[in-house]
Design a protein around this ligand. Structure first.
Ligand code: ZN
Ligand code: ZN
Length: 97
């Protein structure tokens, strides 16, 4: 189960139109950083798939160290790998606890 806010941020992420059979708003969304596909089932809290290249978590648009808050308008769904590249992976871990 995702937290309601994670669910909502997933739904707000950009639509994927890859055309595969399982492509739907529920299953596929696009990462705002790299514009590649994220898979709904590969959420951070799913230990089996969190290392997949499609895995995602919640990112702060304005990082905490720059004064960003855990408010919906400052949060978005991004790939874990892209989030890590921004050096703020610990923020998502904190949120999903
Ligand atoms: Zn798709
Ligand atoms: Zn990405």
């Amino acid at each position: 189960m995702l937290r309601p806010n994670s669910e909502r941020l997933w739904q707000e992420a950009k639509q994927c139109n890859c055309g595969s059979g399982d492509c739907s708003a529920r299953n596929h969304r696009l990462c705002p950083i790299c514009n590649e596909k994220m898979l709904y089932g590969s959420h951070f809290t799913n230990e089996k798939t969190r290392d997949s290249k499609f895995a995602w978590n919640i990112d702060l648009i304005v990082p905490k160290q720059d004064g960003g808050l855990w408010k919906l308008n400052n949060m978005r769904a991004v790939h874990i790998k892209c989030n890590k590249s921004r050096n703020n992976k610990d923020q998502s871990r904190e949120y999903e606890k």
